[in-house]
Design a protein around this ligand. Sequence first.
Ligand SMILES: N[C@@H](CCC(=O)N[C@@H](CS)C(=O)NCC(=O)O)C(=O)O
Length: 206
Amino acid sequence: MYTLFWERLSGAIAPQAMLEEIGADYRKVYVDMAAGEHRGSAFREINPAMRVPALRMPDGVVIGETAAIALVLGERHPEAGLVPAVGDADRATFLFWLMAMATGGYPVFSRAWHPEQFTFDDAANETVSLVALKQLDEFFAIIDGAIAGKPYFLARGFSALDIYLTMLTEWMSDKPALFAANSKVARLCSAVAERPAYRAVMEQHA
Ligand SMILES: N[C@@H](CCC(=O)N[C@@H](CS)C(=O)NCC(=O)O)C(=O)O
């Protein structure tokens, strides 16, 4: 059985939606980040990186990083088709955009919503946040241009990229504006939101 360490509306949305898509046996353990549980000694033993999500696999190994979790779940459950296999023509494109989301998308939200973690100068918080929001606008425009399928990211159809991207849009405060400006992102997210796996996850995060 898998164990998913999660927090509401965190990056755990994506691993949980992947576990649901796979039909895997898993349980969830809530990490109270507001209370600082992720920095406490008990959780540090589970994930020394002190971040959520983390996934304990059936063999007991724990991994963090949403992109790593996606790749490992894809390898272990190839039948779910979440990740192009080694040798598939679109594997390189998949890895490119997975990493682009993990580096140019996910952490920028941390800067937008928690600017105090990125400066010692309280007066700079607003600027840090505004710059991050501007970078997010650019990020989503780039992603919109890269979507090759209809409605999903890859021409082949649904993959872990679609889950990852839809999760990132959940963190935008003005989703209607985001979708109005990026029609392919909008179409993709509406298709993902209709999938039973994603719907089940969001009911728990709402
Ligand atoms: N790069 C990691 C980031 C995970 C991450 O940053 N999670 C946030 C919550 S959404 C966190 O644990 N932050 C720790 C903190 O704020 O101290 C991933 O892709 O999973």
